[in-house]
Write a protein that binds this ligand. Structure first.
Ligand code: NAD
Length: 432
């Protein structure tokens, strides 16, 4: 089957490469000419483990191509995925401009029956909007609109795509459901659960899932704050909670607040969706406030260990919003650096993959090759993103590079007792 993937960002590129690996003929389309030129030259526009090899393998097989020609992509394909960005507007609502533009182009270019599939995260009602756009022109050509939200996580995107917990398909037309089952047949064969529902329910499943996970993260971050006040240990509390199977132990790790391109945007969009219907999504509104408070209180956590930071130099380890990605969108590490700068600290920083992206948004920060160079001459270390290379630091060497052995570990990588025994002034999050 010929498949067109519109948008070759984190989602579109991974999905396109994986579907080609499933045996589909995939053409990935992007309006960003530099991105397409780089992809054709074998250069990945993003850092995602395993992606370069997967793309190269499927390009060699002839099943994966890159182009800026949307018209050709639409006309040669039966299934067209929309995987463009849906960034937040200042009021929290998602900006659907790119989705609308692509839907209009598909409406205009279509030359036969097409299955138009939204993979971008969009509010319930977007499928109806796409349906209306397609209906408004070129009426002689039939079409079906499908919602197929994506749940992959950056950093483990390929593994997530190939072994998902579920595939959600929102569609009302049996022809479109058959096309979706064929596209995902390798996952069907390994007994991946398929949730087949109407378009609006599928759209809502994505917001409900991300909203729930954001609530869970914020919940444990609130518990962490209480633990600090009461001298308790959030790791023990999380373990005691998580062993209850009704709760589950995942997403109970405290930290500097959630970030990335999804949770902040999708919680804001879910709150906006409710507001548009005259309702209030109370728990999501509270989660958004809690997350802001969590991010803001990280400076207090640092100052509680270092004293006033004005004139001091911080060595910040990690810039991406989580390990194994170069994505810095809404990264708590960036927020921490900005609050350190506002408080008058100088900042040195390092990251295995995200320095180039960070350079574009951070002024007056010295970027270094690795953690040891970063710590050289600094007053204290802030561990902001738990990359593997920061989990196994040579603490003696790190300590020698610093003016004093002081670490604020916003990811609770190290054990407070061991750090104190090794002569470190140390604090994690929610640990007494
Ligand atoms: P991204 O910003 O990395 O990529 C979007 C791409 O779309 C860009 O390359 C852009 O040039 C391209 N684009 C925009 N308008 C276009 C047009 N008219 N024609 C062709 N290309 C166009 O975004 P992303 O992180 O891949 O996210 C895409 C969608 O998937 C969003 O709705 C997001 O919420 C959702 N999503 C993201 C993740 C994730 O982990 N990043 C996970 C699940 C869902």
């Amino acid at each position: 089957m010929n498949v067109c993937m519109v948008g070759t960002g984190y989602v579109g590129l991974v999905t396109g490469a994986c579907l080609a690996d499933f045996g589909m003929n995939v053409v990935c389309v992007d309006k960003d000419e530099a991105k397409i030129a780089a992809l054709r030259a074998g250069k990945m526009p993003i850092y995602e483990p395993g992606l370069e090899q997967l793309v190269a393998k499927n390009e060699r097989s002839g099943r994966l191509r890159f182009t800026t020609d949307l018209k050709q992509g639409v006309q040669n394909s039966l299934a067209i995925f929309i995987a463009v960005g849906t960034p937040p507007n200042p009021d929290g609502s998602p900006d659907l401009t790119f989705v609308r533009q692509v839907a209009e182009a598909i409406a205009e270019y279509r030359n036969g029956y097409k299955v138009v599939i939204t993979k971008s995260t969009v509010p319930a009602g977007t499928g109806r909007m796409i349906d209306e756009i397609l209906r408004s022109r070129n009426g002689q050509h039939d079409f079906s609109v499908v919602s197929n939200p994506e749940f992959l996580r950056e950093g483990s995107a390929i593994a997530d795509f190939l072994r998902p917990d579920r595939i959600v398909i929102g569609a009302s037309d049996p022809r479109a459901i058959d096309v979706m089952k064929e596209i995902y047949s390798p996952l069907y064969l390994i007994d991946t659960p398929f949730v087949i529902t109407d378009v609006a329910s599928a759209e809502l499943i994505k917001y409900a899932s991300n909203g729930f996970l954001a609530v869970k993260i914020s919940f444990i971050n609130e518990i962490a704050r209480l633990c600090e006040i009461m001298g308790a240990d959030v790791h023990d509390v999380a373990r005691g909670m998580g062993l209850d199977r009704r709760i589950g132990k995942l997403f109970l790790h405290p930290g500097p607040g959630f970030g990335g391109s999804c949770f902040p945007k999708d919680t804001a969009a879910a709150a906006d969706l409710a507001r548009n219907y005259g309702d209030v999504f109370e728990i999501i509104e509270a989660t958004i406030r809690t997350n802001e408070r969590t991010k803001a209180r990280m400076l207090d956590r640092i100052v509680s260990v270092t004293g006033p930071v004005e004139g001091k130099t911080a060595a910040v380890l990690g810039l991406s919003f989580k390990p194994e990605t170069d994505d810095i969108r809404e990264s708590p590490a960036i927020a921490v650096i900005q609050s350190l700068r506002r408080a008058g600290a100088k900042v040195r920083a390092c990251d295995p993959a995200a320095v180039e992206n960070a350079r574009a948004v951070l002024a007056d920060v010295v970027f270094t090759e690795d953690a040891y160079a970063c710590a050289t001459g600094a007053d204290f270390v802030v561990l902001a993103t738990e990359w593997n290379e920061f989990r196994a630091l040579n603490l003696d060497e790190l300590g020698r590079r610093l003016k004093s052995r002081t670490m604020v570990d916003l990811r609770n990588v190290y054990e407070p007792r061991e750090m104190k025994a090794a002569g470190w002034k140390y604090a994690g999050v929610g640990r007494g």
